[in-house]
Design a protein around this ligand. Structure first.
Ligand code: ADP
Length: 206
């Protein structure tokens, strides 16, 4: 199945753009949802997490105790790496399974940290970056999440730079303030035609 990795910084508009593709019949595979599901009650990561970190990191309902884990990994790089050594391979395999089983002409895999983490770029056929200015990101996330400017800046500082995301992109959707649902729909239509052709070409080689 032809797969497009969709990435962008926080508040760039990944979900908004993914919704536009979904409206055209494209299957969306969301790695954030998968990450959440594998650590939900009795998710596939939970046995390993209990073994590695101890039963105190498992909440009574069988899910990961997120608050406790957040506190642990916040200042402890080695612990964060141990957690990711469990979750990342499972996120990758679940993403591959959902992609393989998807209906529709191709798949959009939403990977917020495509540039930052691992080998995602080699696991998708194309990279699509949603781009906007840092000021626009700040304004949107302050409004959407009720965060302060400093909180948003701290998140942005942990993510790849705008330049790094653009450098990784095969295609870019510009979603700055001038973008409206109409202009996005127009841009997504053009990309959709491109991806339909590439997906058909890949299918004919299989
Ligand atoms: P991401 O998934 O990249 O974090 P979202 O798609 O959730 O970003 O967009 C962040 C916020 O900005 C949402 O509240 C969304 O409705 C809003 N938003 C996205 N694109 C635009 C736009 N072009 N104009 C106005 N608001 C937008």
């Amino acid at each position: 199945m032809f797969a497009v990795g969709l990435t962008g910084g926080i508040g760039s508009g990944k979900s908004t753009v993914a919704d536009c593709f979904a409206a055209r019949g494209v299957t969306i595979v969301d790695t954030d949802l998968i990450a959440h599901r594998i650590t939900a009650p009795h998710g596939v990561a939970m046995a390993q997490i209990a073994a590695e970190f101890g039963p105190e990191f498992v909440a009574p309902d069988g899910s990961m105790d997120r608050a406790r884990m957040r506190t642990l990994v916040f200042g402890d790089e080695a612990a964060r790496k141990r957690l990711e050594a469990i979750t990342h391979p499972l996120i990758r395999s679940e993403t591959e399974r959902e992609t393989r089983e998807a209906s529709g002409p191709y798949v959009i895999v939403v990977v917020p940290l495509l540039v930052e983490s691992g080998t995602w770029k080699t696991r998708v056929d194309r990279v699509l970056t949603v781009d906007c200015s840092v000021e626009t990101q700040i304004a949107r996330v302050m409004r959407r999440n009720g965060f302060t400017r400093e909180q948003v800046l701290a998140i942005i500082a942990r993510q790849a730079t705008r330049e790094a995301r653009l450098a990784a992109a095969d295609n870019v959707v510009v979603n700055d303030n001038e973008a409206t649902l109409e202009t996005l729909a127009h841009d997504v239509d053009a990309l959709h035609q491109t991806y339909l052709k590439l997906a058909a070409a890949k299918a004919s080689q299989a």
